[in-house]
Ligand binder design. Structure first.
Ligand code: AFD
Ligand code: MN
Ligand code: MN
Length: 397
């Protein structure tokens, strides 16, 4: 049985009205790989330009009201920068989102930050996390989103087990500084920049660290941070069941690297991940998930890639919402395999672009945000203005 068109319309509007996606400040700045950085004339060089670009994405999509900030790149002055950020929020109608400490760039972090064998470096790294928590509090940001590049490149050069203890102590200390409404999102990544071991390499490590840190810590799933064969939707199901899922960084990978456009490689996997979310909501789980994009494209136009990812996320999230889970549960119970699979993947194959277009028009948004971006001339204008002022590049990746 499939949902009637009127049911699809009403459900689609309800789902898209509620689906907000946070966009990353670093996604608008020049970046690259360790083999080269291709600067873009339209790339953002200042925090104001990042807010301006975020406002353009939100104008076109209506789904991206918050901007994730990277402490070192966006708030180099720490708390002193808060008034300027507040002014930018008011000017561009975009709120500060998650606060991202930077524990991977300073020279002191060469052998690790919170996992460094030097107590002084560990203390420096922890202080940076505590400062980031203070900045989040000053900006009214709920989430501190922590990613550690910590690890080692050669067997035998570090004690992986001792580093676990240091990490447990640091995250528990950080957790103790959270305001009642704040959360510590602990992200995992199997490798890169460390190539022998990464201290927080998978969801099991993040889960343990979150439990050990305290009740306001949770796991952040970056969809680009998994080995090829990993069943990400099963990881999400476990994190939902254990109430440890804090949110997502939308991303994709072909060969276990990251920063490709989410859904560009395997959209069906993203659909299956979103099905787990919708299924949990239907079963009454109270979720408070942060949906965030974490992509900084080296080749695609920064703003075009951001709009494209928002549209892809909306459409896959909507397709997954349209699975008839009542009927699916019956078929699963009966082990009617082909019927269950046909119902499930039938929802994946449904073209939701017409109803997404109708939603956009009903909300006063461009029916085709990508085309509206091209027609609007924003990218050409900022390329002229910014190109003449010289480019900075995030010394990241
Ligand atoms: C890099 C890391 C990780 C982190 C992001 C922002 O791999 O995904 O969340 O930078 O700091 O992509
Ligand atoms: Mn990430
Ligand atoms: Mn990443």
């Amino acid at each position: 049985m499939t949902l009637a068109d009127s049911q699809i319309h009403d459900l689609a509007f309800k789902v898209l009205d509620a689906f907000q996606i946070e966009i990353p400040s670093w996604g608008f700045a020049n970046t690259g790989t360790r083999f080269g950085k291709f600067v873009q004339a339209a790339a953002a060089n200042t925090l104001e330009e990042k807010f301006s670009d975020a406002a353009e994405v939100n104008r076109l999509t209506g789904a991206t009201p918050t901007l994730a900030l990277h402490v070192l790149w966006d708030l180099p002055g720490g708390l002193k920068d808060v008034p300027e950020v507040r002014a930018l929020e008011r000017r561009y109608g975009i709120r500060s989102g998650s606060i991202n400490p930077n524990l991977f760039q300073d020279q002191e972090y060469k052998f690790g930050s919170l996992c460094n064998p030097s107590p002084a470096v560990r203390e420096q790294a922890l202080q940076h996390v505590l400062d980031s928590i203070e900045m989040a509090r000053a900006l009214g940001s709920r989430d501190i989103s922590l990613w550690l590049a910590d690890g080692s490149n050669y067997p035998g050069t570090q004690s992986m087990r001792r580093r676990i203890g240091w990490l447990e102590d640091a995250l528990r200390a950080a957790h103790g500084h959270l305001a009642p409404n704040q959360r510590l999102l602990i992200e995992y990544k199997p490798f890169e920049p460390a190539f022998y071991h990464t201290d927080i390499a998978d969801w099991g490590m993040s889960s343990h660290l979150a439990r050990h840190a305290g009740p306001q810590a949770c796991v952040l799933v970056d969809t680009g941070h998994h080995y090829l064969a990993q069943n990400i939707e099963q990881i999400v199901a476990w994190l939902l069941h254990t109430r440890l899922l804090g949110g997502f960084h939308f991303n994709d990978r072909r060969y276990a690297d990251d920063d490709l456009t989410m859904g560009s490689i395997d959209p069906y996997q993203i659909f299956r991940i979103f099905h787990e979310i919708h299924s949990a909501v239907r079963d009454g789980l109270k979720l408070n998930l942060a949906y965030m994009i974490d992509q900084s494209h080296n080749l695609k136009g920064k703003i075009e890639a951001m709009v494209q990812t928002v549209m892809a996320a909306q459409e896959l999230y909507l397709r997954a919402a349209l699975v008839d889970r009542t009927r699916l549960a019956e078929l699963q119970q009966a082990c009617d395999l082909v019927a269950a699979e046909e119902l499930f993947r039938g929802a994946f194959w449904r073209d939701v672009r017409p109803v997404a277009r109708a939603w956009r028009e009903a909300r006063g948004l461009p029916a085709d945000p990508l085309q509206a971006l091209r027609d609007g001339g924003y990218v050409e204008r900022i390329a002229r203005e910014r190109g003449s002022r010289g480019q900075t590049v995030n010394t990241y990746a």
